[in-house]
Structure formats: C-alpha cells, structure tokens
Design a protein around this ligand. Structure first.
Ligand code: ING
Length: 311
C-alpha cells in the first residue's frame, strides 16, 4: 500500500478584474483545508492565477503580457509556496508562463513537499485559433497567446511515486497518457478550464461537455493503469460559463470522487499507487502486448492520409 492522500482543489470563477493577490488568498484557503484533511499533494486548475483570458482578443503585447508570470514563484505567488512548505504539502497548479526570451506557454509546475519546484510541463495540445473569429459565439485564442509545449510529457520520481502532468485539452488526446504510460506513470495531474458550451455549436452544452470530459479522463486512466486527478476552474467568468466536473479517477477508470458545485471545492482521496500494478502487469503490460511495428502512422503523420492518396 503506497497511499498518497490527494486533494483536488477546484476553483470557482475568477473574474477578469480579480487581482492575483485575491486569487492566491483563495488558493491558500483551499490549501489549508487540504492540509487539515491530511493531504500530501494538492492539485489546482489550469491558469489558476487569472481568469481564462484566451477568451478575450488582445493585440497589444503589454496587455497580453499582463496575464503572464515572468518568475515562479514571484512576489504574488511566494505566499502560496511558503504555506505549502509550512504544511508539508506538494502542490501543482497551472499559470501563463513568459520566459526570459519572451516565449509564452500555458504551463504547470509540480513541487515537492518542501515547496521546491521539481517539475514543469508546458501544454502541448493548444485548442482554438490564433486570429479573431467572428463566426464564434466567443473566442478561444490559445493558439494566439501560447506556443505549443516544448518539454514533452515527462514523468518524475517523487517521494510518493511516478507522477506526470498534462493540461486541459491534452486530456482529450490518447497520446498524452500513453507517452506517460510508457514511462510507468502512476498518477497524472491536470487542470482544465472548459467552456460549458461549444463556441461553434450551441447545441453542444454542459451535458455533452461533461460527458466528453469524463470519457477522456476515465479512458486515459484505465488504458494506462494510472490515477488521474482532473481539477476544474469552474463557474461563470464575466458571463462565460465553465464546466465543473473535478474528479479523481482510479487506475481502473472508476471515478472515486467528483465535485458537486462550480465553486471553490475540496475533494480528498487516499490514492493507493500500488493499485496501478495489476493493470500494468496484466491487460496493459505494454511490453507483452503492444505491437509498435504497426503504429508508425501515429508519429509519421500529423493529419489524415486517405487510403490510396498520392504521397
Ligand atoms: N479548454 C477546452 C478543453 O479542451 C475545448 C477547449 C473544449 C476543446 C471542448 C475542444 C472541446 O477542455 C482548454 N483550455 O483546453
């Protein structure tokens, strides 16, 4: 039994005008509740420090950069790292990263229980578009504001076990989980900000959005015999609804905990990382069952190549 008591710390909406200091105070209050419940790992959402700003079209670089962090921890996030250290709780959260070279990424970090950053991940699968799209009910400009991640899908050996990260749209792509599964991952943590309605199809509402969210995360967990902790930023941000659906999924794909609100909410579960072993040594013993000689198209191609198409 290798139990990792894990807190999924869902955050309710962050309005565009809400200052980072107020958001960090909310995160610290959630972290205090997680620590009081005995958590050793606390998982926060994607872009946890700000509103989901990719819904807004911006052209001015200074206006865009105001949403980004140039140091982590920085003055406004240091109190969160300090509290994590005081509690002895590892934390992971997402934020908009601007590098010294001026590159912008949708990033998440993972710390150890002493508040030191031991891993960084940059979102690989960026949904949406790069230019203003008048045909959409609202914008989703992640391809405008972020570069695709350049760090791959690493897995780190933590004191708890083999941990990896991804972010939001990454959870819809099986390759995300499989690259980490091929490193033996035992827990994948991810944050998400998912609009409750499809900006290109009003008929696709919260029910469908929650269905596809659960389908993707449960499949990823089961097919790679890993825990997955998926944490929402939820609720209505300046009139734009985001789904909840924060959940903890075990290595058999079962949802063992799920949020009931679209507000700040704490889920706690004692995740036994040894539960991964059976799936990894039987049905998903990759070494015994996979046939990579037939999988070439997955890395040789980006898009579809129809049968018989001229190369
Ligand atoms: N948000 C959404 C997500 O992948 C989306 C965008 C929703 C894409 C539904 C496709 C379908 O959950 C982010 N931030 O990626």
């Amino acid at each position: 039994m290798r139990e990792l008591v894990t807190a999924a710390l869902q955050m309710g909406p962050i309005q565009r005008a809400e200052p980072r200091a107020a958001v960090v105070a909310r995160m610290i209050a959630l972290l205090d509740r997680a620590a009081a419940a005995g958590a050793r790992l606390a998982v926060f959402p994607e872009l946890a420090l700000t509103t989901f700003f990719p819904r807004w079209y911006m052209a001015d670089a200074a206006e865009i950069d105001a949403w980004f962090e140039t140091e982590m921890p920085g003055p406004e996030t240091q109190p969160l790292f300090q509290r994590a250290r005081d509690h002895g709780v590892a934390i992971t959260f997402g934020y908009a990263e601007r590098t010294l070279a001026g590159q912008r990424f949708n990033t998440s970090i993972l710390t150890d229980r002493q508040g030191a950053i031991l891993g960084k991940y940059r979102k690989v699968h960026l949904p949406g578009h790069a230019d203003f799209d008048p045909a959409r009910a609202f914008q989703h400009l992640e391809k405008r504001y972020f570069l695709p991640g350049d760090l791959g899908f690493p897995v780190w050996r933590t004191e708890a076990g083999l941990q990896g990260m991804c972010i939001c749209n990454d959870r819809r792509w099986p390759e995300t989980y499989r690259v980490m599964g091929l490193q033996g991952v035992e827990m994948i943590t991810l944050g998400f900000n998912t609009p409750a309605v499809n900006s290109q199809n009003a008929a696709e509402g919260p029910g469908d959005r929650l269905f596809h969210h659960r389908l993707s995360v449960q499949a990823g967990a089961y097919q790679n015999a890993t825990w997955v902790v998926a944490v929402a930023k939820a609720g209505v941000e300046d009139g734009h609804p985001l789904i909840g659906g924060t959940m903890i999924v075990d290595p058999n794909g079962h949802v063992v905990a799920e949020s009931r609100t679209e507000a700040d909410e704490v889920l706690i579960h004692a995740c036994d990382l040894d539960l991964c072993a059976f799936g990894k040594s039987t049905i998903f013993d990759f070494a015994r069952h996979r046939r990579p000689e037939h999988y070439g198209a997955i890395t040789a191609q980006t898009g579809v190549v129809l049968p018989g198409a001229a190369q």
